[in-house]
Design a protein around this ligand. Structure first.
Ligand SMILES: [Zn+2]
Length: 406
């Protein structure tokens, strides 16, 4: 077996489990100074203070006094789409209302049209550089949603594009079926929902094209009652469930997420103090998306209040063409500190252990025996990851024991 010792680690930093926490949640950071990591094949064989290592390894790399943190996990992206939204962006900047953009066929309708017209191969070629940018920013696990399809065929094509991408990139991609915008006509909406439960979800579950189903609960999207029917169907087919909820209005999405035991409830910009307490007592992860607040100029989700209430908070990029063109998970981490009131350690836990929990995965920490996914920070102090803006504090990215960026 090939073994490699990585030395010259000023700080080896990882979330750790302390006390009786729920599920995979971790809150504290373990910091080992002057550390070493020993890799064997794709896994961590040993980790600790360098002077405590007495074994041998075939190869040796010296990081020259840099910090190492776990590979970052982006638990919420819409990285597969076609067409751009630059005209919308310019119009928005000139104070044109989004409703007017939608009425002229722009906005998300533009993305849905362009994505539906693209082939699977075209979607892969468009998404590949976006995923590669996320990897360079430190991501070693990336969730990718469908949701711009609007038909069985187009949704399946998006998920097939994610499957193709899985073979093209050296990191883990976690596919999610997103039930996004419903037809505006009430009877068509009913038909579409029935089709989701009778055709699309069973097919996705059978083919393993997604691990979870996500639904957008909002006044102009799906109601909580619609969402409950769709999510119960997903659960009956053995899929995890997630919700886009509490982005603009409180119409029952967050409460539904908790009642059904969703992996995560995402957005939460409109989450009230009472709802923070509800999430504080739940296993469902609160995923917040600072890129949206920054790009759209909306109030940020109450990250500080959620953590103070006891909720497990994760942070994602929400990479998408309309509301969050954020191609960097380390930037999302840094923005969560400024916009959502997280401390740097909380933001690191949010982008590692809690993001893993949001995907139903037992990872996100550096642990002997686990996959060797880690980020080498540019400097000796890991906090530069949360501090740096406009330049990358990521020196190298390693996934499954191999250097994949830097
Ligand atoms: Zn989203």
């Amino acid at each position: 077996m090939a073994s490699l010792i990585v030395t010259g680690i000023s700080q080896l930093v990882t979330p750790r489990r302390t006390g009786a926490h729920r599920g995979a949640e971790m809150r504290d950071l373990l910091v080992v100074r002057n550390a070493a990591l020993v890799l064997r094949d794709d896994a961590i064989a040993w980790m600790g203070a360098h002077d405590e290592w007495s074994g041998e390894a075939e190869e040796h790399i010296d990081l020259g006094g840099r910090a190492v943190v776990p590979g970052l996990i982006d638990p919420h992206t819409h990285a597969v789409w076609a067409g751009d939204r630059l005209d919308d962006f310019e119009a928005r900047c000139a104070a044109v209302r989004y409703e007017a953009i939608l009425a002229s066929g722009g906005g998300i309708w533009h993305t849905i049209r362009e994505t539906a017209n693209a082939s699977c191969a075209e979607l892969v070629e468009l998404a590949l550089p976006r995923v590669e940018a996320l990897i360079r920013s430190g991501a070693t696990t990336i969730e990718v949603k469908s949701g711009y399809g609007f038909s069985v065929e187009a949704e399946l094509r998006m998920l097939e594009a994610v499957r193709e991408l899985q073979a093209r990139v050296p990191v883990q991609l976690v596919p999610t079926l997103l039930v996004h915008i419903p037809p505006t006509d009430a009877s068509e909406r009913e038909q579409y929902r029935a089709m989701l439960c009778s055709k699309l979800i069973p097919r996705v579950a059978r083919s393993g094209l997604a691990r979870a189903v996500d639904i957008f609960v909002e006044e102009h999207a799906w109601s909580a009652a619609d969402a409950e029917a769709v999510l119960r169907c997903a659960q009956a087919h053995g899929l995890g469930i997630k919700l886009h909820a509490e982005q603009f209005h409180r119409i029952g999405g967050l409460e539904l997420a908790i009642a059904l035991g969703a992996l995560s409830v995402d957005h939460l910009e409109a989450c009230s103090a009472e709802q923070c307490k509800l999430l504080g007592g739940a296993r469902t992860v609160a995923t917040i998306l600072p890129g949206v607040s920054l790009h759209l100029g909306l109030p940020p989700a109450p990250g500080r209040a959620l953590i103070d209430a006891g909720a497990a908070v994760a942070v994602g990029t929400d990479l998408n063409p309309g509301s969050s063109p954020l191609f960097s998970i380390s930037a999302a981490l840094a923005f969560a500190v400024r916009l959502n009131g997280l401390t740097p350690p909380e933001a690191l836990v949010a982008c590692t252990a809690n993001a893993a929990a949001a995907l139903g995965m037992e990872s996100g920490a550096l642990i002997a025996g686990r996959r060797a996914d880690f980020v080498v920070v540019e400097s000796e102090d890991w906090r530069n990851l949360a501090y740096t803006l406009g330049s990358s504090a990521v020196h190298q990215v390693w996934a499954s024991g191999r250097r994949v960026a830097g």
